[in-house]
Design a protein around this ligand. Structure first.
Ligand code: PEP
Ligand code: MN
Length: 376
């Protein structure tokens, strides 16, 4: 629901916020110059809407209108029945680090999420975490770096190694403690959301669970920032609806992640999945959510990671999530996704290229895309 109100009516805003909170909803204020601003109530507003009469009578409220767009919570432009439209700002999703720095997705720079496929030994986990930190320090971008690592692994074959579970989480905790870098980790079981969520700084929904609706809602209720991967067989609209499941619980701290889809053409084996780069551009235009790219699961081959990651930059991705390796010798011992882990020193070269892109190419590209947008 959208509520239009007269600027300067702080007590009305407070009353709306309080009422929304009672229904477990959040509000987003879009301030406008001039007389009126708008409040967008986030979450499942069906019950809240029964109070429309009360809301209309609050001092300074000009109108209330129901959003009729398909993606009520995440759409960049939300529309009402009579054609009214509200163009929203893109959202910045913040992840706090124990080092006191905020990692900001969607803030106009590339976020580098990087780490092992999974924590396998403490030594390996710490070696990677320290190497990642070193790269961040070298380029002065520690506030743009985060760790990744799946302790609970979704595997195609039931007999494959499925991660260390909570022991792996303890290793990631230790890596965070030693480096100050926050981490994201996958959660597969809705019953484990509170336990894992208490440790992790950000939760990941993997491609196989992209339409596990109970899990999506549990993560949304928990309220921590989420990376939502696209299901490998999902249309873009199905992916957006998955995000709506999280947002409907009042959690808008969602980062979308394109990780490639299965197509007829990936069967030849030249790459693991097909990167749908245009989905990045589409999601940027259609939703308020930051969007990142996973060059590791897209390719399945560490030699293809650099060019894929850079291609996502050309689509103005808000970041990337990449699997890496600290030492070539460990590749043989790695129990999951060994072939796609890029050596951290090679990753550092890619980081340098991304920073050069941001400095020299992105401003020109952004200016050009702005021209297209203004033309409509
Ligand atoms: C992962 O990030 O390790 C992972 C399993 O990714 P996806 O769900 O995209 O396959
Ligand atoms: Mn993996």
């Amino acid at each position: 629901m959208i509520i239009e109100f007269e600027n300067g009516r702080q007590s009305t805003v407070d009353q709306i916020r309080d009422l929304a909170a009672r229904f477990g909803l959040a509000i987003e204020i879009t301030s406008r110059e001039g007389v009126y601003s708008t409040i967008h109530v986030i979450g499942d507003t069906r019950e809240f809407a029964t109070r429309e009469g009360y809301l209309r009578d609050l001092p300074g409220v000009r109108a209330t209108w129901r959003v009729t767009s398909d993606f009520k919570n995440i759409a960049r432009t939300v529309r009402g029945a009579d054609g009214k439209a509200l163009r929203r700002e893109r959202r910045v999703v913040e992840v706090a680090g124990p080092d006191g720095k905020q990692r900001r997705f969607g803030a106009g720079h590339h976020m580098f999420v990087v780490g092992p496929d999974s924590p396998q030994t403490l030594e390996q986990t710490l070696a990677i975490a320290h190497a990642v930190r070193e790269v961040g320090e070298r380029f002065g971008i520690l506030d743009r770096m985060m760790l990744r690592g799946g302790a609970f692994k979704p595997r195609t074959r039931p007999t494959d190694w499925r991660g260390l579970g909570m022991k792996g989480i303890a290793m990631l905790d230790r890596a965070r403690e030693e480096t100050g870098l926050p981490y994201v980790t996958e959660v597969m079981d809705l019953n484990l959301v509170p336990e894992i969520g208490e440790h992790a700084d950000m939760l990941q929904i993997g491609t196989r669970n992209a339409q596990n609706f109970d899990l999506l809602e549990a993560v949304g209720r928990f309220g921590k920032p989420v990376v939502l991967k696209r299901g490998f067989g999902n249309e873009v609209s199905e992916w957006f609806h998955a995000a709506e499941y999280i947002a409907n619980q009042g959690d808008l701290d969602i980062v979308l992640c394109e990780r490639g889809v299965k197509t007829l053409f990936t069967k030849g084996g030249y790459c693991r999945n097909q990167p749908d780069l245009n989905a990045l551009s589409y999601a940027r235009r259609q939703t308020i959510l930051p969007i990142i790219f996973d060059p590791s699961h897209v390719t399945g081959d560490h030699r293809l990671v650099p060019e894929n990651l850079l291609a996502a930059c050309a689509h103005l991705a808000d970041g990337s999530i990449t699997e890496c390796l600290h030492d070539e010798g460990f590749r043989r011992e790695q129990l999951c996704d060994a072939g796609q882990a890029i050596l951290i020193e090679h990753y550092a070269v890619v980081v340098e290229a991304v920073l050069a892109f941001e400095q020299h190419v992105a401003p020109r590209l952004t200016a050009l895309l702005d021209t297209f947008e203004q033309r409509g």
